[in-house]
Design a protein around this ligand. Structure first.
Ligand SMILES: Cc1cc2nc3c(=O)[nH]c(=O)nc-3n(C[C@H](O)[C@H](O)[C@H](O)COP(=O)(O)O)c2cc1C
Length: 198
């Protein structure tokens, strides 16, 4: 039997490992969890998926943070139905993380102001795109990005921080000797953890 990681038969350590990978993804471009897939519910009730950049993972507060444009479909979908899910798979670690929870949109508060201040100029530019994200255009290049700093700052009004409070986390580790799957829930505030059949 090959050596298994310390979390192999330790529920609490599985949760720590999940948050470690998420934090690593938020901190490093090359982290496997840097670009998770976000699921929202569309207006028609059908699921909708897209990639986002994970900006922060706070295990203590059970928070995941990403940024978006207020004019995007996902922003409207979150405003309508705050229940969302995020998925990431680290092929090197052979770990899948599915986090479900409730999202809040922040545009005018101190949180959004701090995130905007910390954003790179190139990232800020995206929020100044015209027309807005998702608008049909006659040609692929039929949109404009701000070319000067003052115009780029106009994107601030469209910039949104999205915070997801994780209420359920499903962890899967693939191993030749036997996969492991664990589920962590904080529904109603009471934490619970259980192994699941993978
Ligand atoms: C690698 C990668 C990272 C992305 N990061 C973000 C992001 O952090 N926030 C965002 O709103 N869109 C991001 N996008 C674009 C979205 O995946 C999506 O195409 C766009 O936001 C429109 O989504 P919506 O119409 O569902 O709102 C990213 C796309 C890629 C390929």
């Amino acid at each position: 039997m090959t050596d298994q990681p310390p979390f192999y038969d330790d529920l609490a350590a599985c949760l720590d490992e999940a948050w470690r990978l998420l934090s690593e993804g938020a901190a490093h471009r090359r982290g496997a969890c840097h670009t998770p897939t976000l699921a929202t519910l569309g207006r028609d009730g059908a699921p909708r998926l897209r990639t986002v950049v994970l900006r922060e993972a706070d295990a203590g507060a059970r928070l995941l943070r990403f940024h978006t444009d207020a004019r995007s479909d996902k922003a409207a979908e979150i405003a309508r139905e705050p229940r969302v899910a995020l998925h990431a798979y680290d092929p090197h670690a052979k770990i899948q993380i599915r986090a479900e929870g409730r999202a809040t949109l922040h545009g005018a508060d101190a949180l959004a102001a701090a995130a905007w201040e910390a954003a790179r100029p190139m990232s800020r530019t995206c929020y100044g795109v015209s027309p807005g994200p998702g608008t049909p255009i006659p040609r692929g290049d039929g949109y404009a990005l701000p070319t000067d700093r003052a115009t780029a700052e106009e994107g601030r009004a469209r910039f949104r921080v999205v915070l997801v409070t994780v209420e359920r986390l499903d962890f899967v580790y693939l191993a030749f000797e036997g996969h492991r799957r664990a589920r962590f829930t904080w529904d109603g505030g009471t934490p619970a953890a259980t192994w699941l059949v993978p």
